[in-house]
Design a protein around this ligand. Structure first.
Ligand code: SF4
Ligand code: SF4
Length: 189
């Protein structure tokens, strides 16, 4: 194409607002499409996909026995040294072996959610879950202990995620939480 034709093309594009029309052709349909704004936290809550790395969970086997054997591998694998494990002899029969994580603690302020601790765990006791509302009003609240992490998870480990569920606000001594009501689920899109 000669320089003259190219200049004419540019001129006609300007006169007929071709760029503007092309842009509008892309954006205008969104004006009439369904909104995807989440009514969070009053009505809806987003459940992330299975691969999401949120608050740690310590898990039990099908018989309700603690999978953590206090081997300390997660503590050693952690690059920020935010996990503290003190093993102990299991005289209560709560665990799967005669050794148990007597004390298991994590400092969330130092955690970068890399997942290396989960990879190091030989019994699959430790998983990074889908809890993402981790803000708190005190530094102490950011230390999570074994008792808290062993609580039954409201989102099952094997649940695929990627859905919006009903939300309900729960107030307890730790503050206000947005809990997930898994009975109502809709796809993200
Ligand atoms: S996710 Fe990473 S930084 Fe956090 S506790 Fe595990 S290994 Fe440490
Ligand atoms: S969570 Fe896993 S890696 Fe960490 S102490 Fe327990 S069994 Fe060992």
């Amino acid at each position: 194409m000669s320089d003259k034709n190219r200049s004419l093309g540019r001129f006609l594009k300007k006169v007929f607002f071709v760029d503007l029309i092309q842009g509008l052709a892309i954006t205008l349909p969104y004006t009439f499409s369904k909104t995807i704004t989440l009514r969070y936290p009053d009505d809806e809550k987003w459940i992330p996909y299975k691969r999401f790395r949120g608050l740690h969970t310590l898990n039990k086997n099908k018989d309700g026995k603690e999978l953590c054997v206090g081997c300390e591998l997660c503590q050693k694998a952690c690059p920020t040294q935010c996990i503290t494990v003190i093993p102990g002899e299991d005289k209560t029969g709560k665990g799967i072996s005669d050794r148990i994580g007597y004390r298991w603690e994590i400092d969330l302020l130092r955690c970068m959610y890399c997942g290396l601790c989960e990879d190091a765990c030989p019994t699959e006791a430790l998983k990074l879950g889908r809890e993402y509302e981790l803000a708190g009003f005190s530094v102490q609240r950011q230390i999570r202990t074994k008792d808290e992490l062993l609580n039954p998870q409201e989102i099952p480990v094997d649940f695929e995620g990627g859905v919006i569920v009903k939300a309900r606000l729960v107030t307890d001594d730790k503050g206000i939480k947005v809990k997930a009501d898994m009975s109502v689920q809709k796809k993200w899109w």
